[in-house]
Design a protein around this ligand. Structure first.
Ligand code: SIN
Ligand code: NI
Length: 260
């Protein structure tokens, strides 16, 4: 069945089927997390912000700009968009807070896939069982421009060590049985998103088109997540002790900012 990509989705209109699909498969395609006007606005804001970022080769997997909500009021309005946080909480079924955000740009004709990986093994988290990321297409992202592909159900593999997202064999050398699972590729219209669990294995296709692929990812963790002490750019120099809750102004709680 074709899915429509014109409807808006809010926490009120999110269906039981969408929630069940997320919980079973570890990801779900949500049309219209942003209106077309919001997507066009944030596309411009993200592109302007990225101009000030580091230069990188055209063949790089992506240009990655982390924690932009801390640096730019325009991007903060996107990361702390109440619709994104409230839908994420309903899908996850637990209170959440922002872990970090990132703009991810694949340059035109970069030709480089983002290889298979799970996200959570990179993070210095203890007791975060429902991490969830919202990957928002700020422009149309057909398969040819670098969309996400998932292995449904792989979020149950919470036992795997970190994988290398520039090595196509990394995930499958660590977990050979995942190679034979079905994969689902999700092209997105501007303003649509996917939500995925931090343990759901995914990759993104290369950009073969003349336009940059501009995506924004808002990453949430359980509100009660504690610091593991592992190195990470977001927690470096932030003064957290091992076992301490990752809370405070660096990690806004959805229930607080969405109620404002
Ligand atoms: C990408 O957008 O290229 C990858 C995003 C992700 O790995 O979460
Ligand atoms: Ni990822």
């Amino acid at each position: 069945m074709m899915t429509t990509t014109t409807a808006q989705t809010t926490a009120e209109t999110l269906t039981d089927e969408q929630i069940a699909a997320y919980r079973t498969q570890g990801f779900v395609h949500i049309p219209g997390i942003l209106s077309p006007e919001e997507a066009a606005h944030f596309h411009e804001v993200a592109q302007d912000f990225a101009k000030g970022g580091p230069a990188l080769s055209n063949q790089a997997i992506f240009q990655q700009l982390v924690n932009v909500w801390r640096q730019d009021e325009g991007m903060k309005a996107l990361t702390l968009h109440p619709n994104i946080g409230t839908v994420a909480e309903k899908l996850a079924g637990v209170p959440l807070r922002i872990w970090h955000d990132q703009i991810l740009i694949k340059k035109p004709h970069n030709g480089a896939p983002t290889e298979w990986h799970q996200d959570q093994p990179y993070w210095p988290h203890l007791e975060s069982v429902q991490p969830i990321s919202c990957w928002i297409a700020l422009c149309d992202v057909p398969v040819e421009r670098g969309c996400m592909t998932f292995i449904p159900g792989s979020q149950v593999r919470t036992d795997l060590r970190a994988q290398n997202l520039s090595d196509p064999d990394s995930l499958f050398s660590i977990c050979p049985e995942l190679k034979w699972e079905a994969r689902v590729t999700v092209p997105l219209k501007a303003g649509d998103c996917t939500f995925h669990h931090g343990r759901c294995a995914h990759m993104a296709t290369p950009n073969f088109t003349d336009d940059p692929r501009i995506a924004h990812v808002v990453i949430f963790m359980d509100a009660a997540t504690k610091f593991s002490g592992a190195p990470h750019v977001v927690t470096q120099n932030a003064g957290f002790a091992v076992g301490e809750p990752l809370s405070g102004e660096l990690f806004p709680q959805v229930a607080e900012y969405a109620a404002e």
